[in-house]
Design a protein around this ligand. Structure first.
Ligand SMILES: Nc1ncnc2c1ncn2[C@@H]1O[C@H](COP(=O)(O)OP(=O)(O)OP(=O)(O)O)[C@@H](O)[C@H]1O
Length: 377
């Protein structure tokens, strides 16, 4: 992690050579002694794209390239139709003209200015705001903190102020570099709902660097796995998590993530039915109203397989699935099975013995028994 001061960057008027809108394209190369970054990313122009990878895999370096902080980087960077860099054409828009908000592990605020003055300082240097003051302050829930001095903020509050400050610069792209890394679990859980609201209520694409599979599962729509400066996978979150061909380092806690909608509440048994593409599951009664979107996670170790529907069982979530592929798991005793549930990917971790006894192989129709479902958020 590079310790750099956060930027407050202003909104550019927009380079003359802007191309039609169309996602984030970051094709970047940069070499340090002993490390080379070489990626070609095509990411959606909305939602949260998580950059995930081990320490030293190049996540921060990639963000710094996108922000224009690495003058030696070469390649092409285009953000929803705005060209920030095209080395072949000699284009390099300087950082202060890239409409981006950058939030680091620890938001560094001016200690002698109140939260309000810190935010106003950022705004003064920005142009017309895409996100209003009221909207940004409300989204991150910092209205009651505006007159405080930074020294009297908790770590989580500082980060929320840092995100508001970044939003008030009218970014076309938000770069969040492990914004929760310096927080303990309690503070992390306090701030995550605010980050989820960002995602749900603002149309600003976010690149989110994280080491934490939990954060990625909870916040990301899209994921990029970085390994030694290369993007070894990129794609939709559910699809990428269910890939069996990635190094075990990324899959030792294999799970599937499913986006669902609250479909029904059963007050008698205190259960809620969540519907998703290809099926539904029942979970302990949820407070959310019918129609609310919810994401849940199913660990591969919590999914078992049967040849027939086993109704004489205490497991209430039984789903018909098709086996897509079988691969080695984290121990020699187990295999990971990728399953398809009418378009929704699931993973099961079963023993090799069961694989052979039940003839688990690609194309086979089976029943998945889901022992536990974890709601995210
Ligand atoms: N200014 C620099 N000069 C030389 N090497 C650097 C420089 N900045 C980073 N590196 C090296 O580049 C590699 C990638 O670093 P980077 O900070 O991008 O990784 P990261 O994935 O963000 O790691 P972490 O999760 O620990 O923050 C590391 O090997 C690091 O030592």
């Amino acid at each position: 992690m590079n310790a750099v001061e956060p930027h407050i960057v202003s909104s550019p008027t927009g380079p003359a050579n802007a191309a039609p809108a169309g996602g984030i394209h970051a094709c970047v190369r940069l070499a340090y002694p002993g490390f080379a970054l070489d990626v070609d990313l095509k990411l959606p122009g909305h939602g949260v794209s998580a950059l995930f990878g081990h320490s030293g895999s190049g996540k921060t370096t990639l963000l710094r390239c996108i922000a224009g902080l690495e003058a030696a980087s070469v390649g092409r960077i285009e953000i929803n139709g705005e060209l920030w860099q095209d080395s072949a054409a000699g284009v390099f828009v300087p950082t202060h003209k890239r409409a981006l908000g950058y939030v680091f592990q620890e938001a560094s605020l001016f200690a002698h200015l109140s939260v309000r003055r810190n935010l106003e300082y950022g705004m003064r240097r920005a142009g017309a705001n895409k996100v209003s003051w009221e909207q940004a302050v409300e989204l991150l829930g910092i209205g009651h903190l505006l007159e405080r001095m930074p020294g009297r903020l908790s770590g989580g509050e500082r980060q929320r102020v840092g995100v508001v400050r970044a939003l008030l610069t009218s970014p076309r792209l938000l770069l969040l570099d492990e914004p929760l890394a310096a927080l303990d679990l309690k503070r992390k859980n306090e701030i995550l709902p605010y980050l989820e609201r960002l995602h749900d209520e603002l149309d600003i694409p976010v690149l989110y660097v994280s080491h934490s599979p939990d954060e990625v599962a909870r916040l990301a729509d899209h994921v990029v796995l970085l390994d030694r400066g290369a993007a070894i996978a990129q794609g939709g979150l559910a699809e990428t998590l269910a890939r069996l061909d990635l190094p075990t380092a990324f899959t030792d806690d294999a799970c599937a993530v499913v986006d669902a909608v609250v479909a029904a509440h059963d007050k008698r048994y205190h259960l809620t039915r969540l519907e998703f593409q290809g099926g539904s599951v029942r979970v302990a009664l949820r407070p959310e109203p019918i129609g609310r979107r919810l994401r849940f996670r199913v660990h591969a170790r919590d999914v078992s397989l049967a040849l027939e529907r086993l109704d004489g069982s205490t497991i209430i979530n039984l789903l018909p699935v098709t086996v897509i592929a079988v691969a080695d798991a984290d121990t020699p005793a187990h295999v990971l099975v990728r399953l398809d549930l009418a378009g929704t990917p699931l993973l099961a971790r079963i023993t090799r013995l069961s694989r052979d006894q039940l003839g688990v192989a690609a194309g086979k129709h089976m029943w998945a028994q889901i022992k536990s479902v974890a709601l995210l958020g």
